[in-house]
Write a protein that binds this ligand. Sequence first.
Ligand code: APR
Length: 238
Amino acid sequence: MSAPPLIILTGAGVSAESGLATFRGADGLWEGHRVEDVATPEAFARDPATVHRFYNARRARLRDPAVRPNAAHLALARLCAAWPSPALLVTQNVDDLHDRVMQGSEALLHMHGSLRRARCLRCGAARDWDEDLSTDTPCPACGAAGGMRPDIVWFGEMPMGMDRIEAALAECGLFLSIGTSGLVYPAAGFVAAVQGEARTVELNLEPSAGTRLFDEAHHGPATEVVPRFVEDLLADLG
Ligand code: APR
C-alpha cells in the first residue's frame, strides 16, 4: 500500500486512560462546570479568578506523576514518525501528553491551545507556562499585571492553525478521528470536508455523533484500538 497524506484528529478520549477527565458524559468537566462560567472570553472578563482556578487545577493534574502518555499517545507518535508521506496530528486537547512523546515534532498542532502556555492580553506575548496563574501575575514580557490568560481557545474564539489544517484537509488521503465526541466545530466538520477524497476511520470508545460519516469505525478503549490499528496500518505499508 502506498501512504497517502495523513491527518489524525484527537480529542479528550485519547487521554482518558491517562487519568484526565473528558468533557461530556458522566464525570465530564462540563458536568461539573458551566462552559459560560469558565471557558469563554466573557467569563474571563467577568470573573478571572474563577477561570484561573479552573485552569490551574487542570494544569496541576499534568504535574501528577501518575498522569503520563498512554499506549495510544505512543502509537500515534510512532505512526507520525514512521509515515512516509506528510502527517499532521491535530489535537483538540490542551494537555501535553502528545507533546511528551513527540519531541517537538512539527507534525503536532494544538488547535485549542495548551494548558502549558500563557498569553498576555496587554502585549500579546505568549510563552511556555507551568505555574499557576492569578489576577496579579505580571507579564514577563511587558510587566503588566492582570492580563495573563491561559493560551487556550475558548468558546467563541477562533481555533489555532486553521490555515495549515485546511491546507492539509485539501490534500488528505487518510483521516483518523480518535477519542472525540464529534460535537464541537470546526473539528467535527473535518470528516465531511475530506469525504469522498480520503479513507476515513473513527477510533472511539463508542459511536460518536458523526460516526455514520466514516468509512469504518473501531470502537473500544484508545489504549487497545489505537495501537492495534497503527500496527496494522504500518504492516500494510510493508
Ligand atoms: N478511549 C477512546 N475514547 C474514549 C475513551 C477511551 N478510553 N474515553 C472516552 N472516550 C470518548 C467518549 O466516548 C467521547 O466520544 O472520547 C470522547 C470524548 O468526547 P468529549 O468529552 O466531548 O471531548 P472532545 O471531543 O475532545 O471535546 C471537544 O469540546 O469543550 C470542548 O474544547 C473542548 O477540545 C474540547 C472539545
